[in-house]
Design a protein. Structure first.
Length: 307
């Protein structure tokens, strides 16, 4: 009977998110509280659905973007993204040795922090032959920081007087996972959301060169590299909108639906968060991930304000 009511509550929560009655931060916390008290009724399905919904939502957001503006935004964020990734990976490798963290776990945390959270960890893990426990711990640590970022970044953006454009670039560089990037930007404004999505997807492409670097570092040559193909879908959607292949009303409705699907995605992310993996990992991985996150946040903020 308890399971039945949990499923009903689960469906009701998703319905509220789709209807637009739940904000991004609340959806994440609500999902975490629900699974902490009652458990997750569909643990495996929610993990798979989270990835599908996130990629679908990102593609849908492409229908609200202009090709010209996107190219300009990508140029503005390219230098910062490149510098932040190189510096974060370099600093991360130093921290792995300094804190004596298991090499594969440390590199997965570096990958998730420097590029795009869970997506980077999922892409790099088969390249370095990481086991399930190592992957779970890395994702748990990075998602924990993402949850914090979702709440503190919008208020910090207002505190520092960041424009929509500045905030969009900042959260795309400083927040790890795509779901939390778009969630934070969604709270700040539509322009911030568009810019954050564009810069974040450009940053995601760094998964490919980082995978080759991982091959050299771990002397692995027989692993496949996962390419983020959903970015192609985003580009196609953007082209459709830019050249008016589809009616404007269609694009507007798709973008609105995508925003609501992102809230549902964050609810599911919260449902998959657990303190168990963090407890098993110990304090050192959390310290390293936190130090890298603070570095990339402060560095990118100063870069944006000064330039």
């Amino acid at each position: 009977m308890k399971q039945f009511y949990l499923i009903i509550f689960f469906i009701f929560s998703i319905t509220l998110a789709l209807a637009g009655y739940i904000s991004s931060p609340f959806a994440l916390v609500f999902g975490f509280i629900l699974t902490s008290i009652f458990g997750n009724p569909f643990p495996e399905k929610t993990k798979k659905t989270t990835q599908i919904l996130l990629k679908t939502s990102v593609i849908g957001l492409g229908f609200g973007m202009s090709l010209t503006e996107t190219i300009q935004t990508s140029k503005e964020g390219f230098i910062l993204a490149t510098l932040s990734i190189i510096l974060t990976v370099t600093l991360g490798l130093f921290f792995i040795n300094f804190f004596s963290i298991e090499k594969k776990l440390g590199f997965l945390i570096i990958s998730g922090t420097s590029i795009c959270g869970g997506s980077a960890i999922a892409a790099i893990s088969p390249v370095i032959k990481a086991n399930h426990k190592t992957i779970s711990i890395a994702i748990g640590v990075v998602f924990f920081l993402n949850a914090i970022a979702l709440f503190i970044f919008p208020p910090l953006g207002h505190l520092f007087g960041l424009t929509q454009q500045q905030f969009g670039i900042w959260c795309a560089i400083a927040i790890h996972d795509t779901s939390s990037v778009v969630g934070a930007a969604l709270e700040y404004g539509d322009e911030a959301l568009q810019i954050a999505t564009t810069v974040k997807l450009a940053r995601t492409l760094w998964i490919i060169p980082l995978s080759f670097f991982a091959m050299l570092l771990f002397k692995s040559s027989d692993r496949k590299i996962k390419t983020p193909y959903f970015i192609i879908g985003f580009i196609v959607a953007m082209l459709f909108n830019s050249y008016q292949v589809v009616p404007e009303s269609f694009s507007i409705n798709i973008v609105e639906l995508s925003k609501r699907l992102l809230v549902v995605t964050l609810f599911l992310v919260g449902m998959n968060l657990t303190g168990k993996d963090l407890k098993e990992s110990g304090i050192k991985p959390v310290i390293v991930a936190s130090l890298l996150w603070i570095f990339i946040s402060v560095f990118s903020l100063l870069f944006i304000i000064v330039s």
